[in-house]
Design a protein around this ligand. Structure first.
Ligand SMILES: *Cc1c(COP(=O)(O)O)cnc(C)c1O
Length: 436
């Protein structure tokens, strides 16, 4: 199929368009840029009656071409996206009429399951498995468990998790150390930045070549594309074009929404809701793009100082169009807790701190009179049960249980603790057990 998009680098240094699977396998373009599509497929008509996975297959055909006997990607997509995606309309208080799109019903209970599961199954369906590749993931929380769960048991892939000792929540840690076929976890004596530096070193240090290292981080085209799907799902369920509010960190989720919009999805604009890490809202308000170190907040999956997808957004849309399409908002921790409390007392809903940042941003936007008529959809990015301590301190009760987290209780674990240097990682890998 010649008319499906090819993928080119944001830095454009000589590499011709690569097919989607090339971009998925490669991660970053060879010149260090991010992969972007060289054209945009038109959206097929989407009715409300079709199930989510069937809708996904219809949309992805424009990006991947029809499934073939050698690449039956539609089965992979149906298998990956087999969990519910409810759109819930709130009542009561200042959130009356706001829609919440619950993206946390996948196996690890954050929206990262959409990208990670689909990426893993697409890679497997294409037979990208020789030699066995090792996905190295530095994680501060949700990404690691979504990638480990997505790739566990997938032929041709193993996963190596690197997470900082003492810096992830107890629930997140339980998700990271549980024994999964093909996955090993290393608890690193250091910070998240140390883990990330170690993962980068793996790709630069020839001693790791024998492990065929690969990555699955938020800039991967294989994670980006599936994230367009739930925007299209929400848009088709509403009579009027909505405003989307996206709790944001690395801007992968927002990029996917803007990509869906660029393909023709109806919308009335986007709201990027950030915590105290406010470089992107500042940029949207007119400041020059200036990114730096992150600060720690209650919504830790959004603690990003230098969003890795910004380069892709700037390439795809240009700075002035971005500022026209997206409004930014920054919400601090006290306001986040206050919102969790108010939404519980006024609407009876328990939300996690990331979703609360989005809801508070919407409340402020509506107070300012925007949007006048359009419906608003807030993307709910994590299940409240992932953050029981924060939920308890906000509303004084425990969050409802989440199936995937309950299932972890009593399961065997597999992890070891290592120093933050490549020699320690090499030694640990040499003795690692990836078995069932
Ligand atoms: C990763 C994550 C985010 C931020 O998403 P980006 O694509 O990095 O902007 C928000 N909420 C939760 C719960 C996450 O895990």
């Amino acid at each position: 199929m010649s008319e499906v998009p090819g993928w080119i680098s944001t830095r454009g240094a000589g590499e011709g368009p690569v097919p989607f699977l090339g971009a998925l396998r490669q991660g970053l373009a060879r010149d260090g840029g991010l992969y972007v599509p060289d054209r945009l497929p038109a959206l097929p008509p989407l009715d409300r009656a079709t199930g989510f996975a069937a809708m996904a297959v219809k949309v992805l055909e424009g990006w991947l071409g029809p499934p073939t006997p050698t690449w039956s990607w539609a089965d992979a997509v149906r298998d990956a996206l087999s969990f519910p995606v409810p759109l819930v309309r709130l009542t009561g208080g200042e959130w009356d009429g706001v829609h919440v799109l619950e993206l946390y019903h996948g196996p690890t209970h954050s929206f990262k399951d959409f990208g990670a599961r689909t990426m893993a199954r697409l890679a497997a369906s294409a037979g990208l498995q020789r030699p066995v590749a090792h996905v190295f993931v530095a994680t501060s929380g949700d990404t690691g468990s979504a990638v480990a769960d997505g790739f566990s048991g997938v032929p041709g892939y193993r996963v190596v998790l690197l997470f900082p000792e003492g810096r992830v929540s107890p629930v997140q840690e339980a998700q990271l150390v549980v024994r999964r076929p093909g996955v090993v976890s290393f608890r690193v004596r250091g910070s998240f930045d140390d883990c990330q530096a170690l993962a980068k070193r793996v790709f630069a240090d020839r001693r790791f070549d024998a492990w065929s290292p690969t990555s699955a981080n938020s800039i991967n085209a294989g994670r980006l594309l599936p994230q367009c799907l739930y925007y299209l799902h929400a848009a088709r369920l509403l009579d009027e074009a909505p405003v989307f509010c996206v709790p944001s960190g690395n801007l992968g989720n927002l990029t996917a929404g803007l990509l869906a919009a660029a393909c023709g999805m109806r919308h009335e604009g986007f709201l990027a809701a950030h915590n105290a890490n406010d470089a992107f809202p500042r940029f949207l308000a007119g400041a020059p793009a200036r990114f730096g170190a992150s600060v720690e907040t209650l919504s830790n999956a959004m603690d990003v100082g230098a969003p890795s997808n910004f380069e892709r957004l700037a390439w795809l849309f240009g700075e002035s169009r971005l500022r026209a399409m997206v409004r930014g908002m920054s919400v601090d921790d006290p306001a986040t807790l206050g919102t969790m409390r108010r939404i519980y007392t006024e609407s009876g809903v328990i939300v996690d701190p990331h979703t609360a940042v989005g809801l508070e941003a919407v409340r402020r936007m509506r107070r300012a009179g925007v949007p006048e008529n359009a419906p608003v959809v807030v993307l709910s990015t994590a299940h409240p049960a992932k953050f029981p301590g924060t939920v308890r301190s906000a509303i004084g009760i425990d969050p409802p249980p989440a199936g995937g987290l309950e299932a972890l209780k009593g399961r065997p674990t597999r992890f070891s603790t290592i120093d933050a240097n490549p020699e320690a990682l090499l030694a640990a890998l040499a003795g690692a057990d990836f078995s069932e």
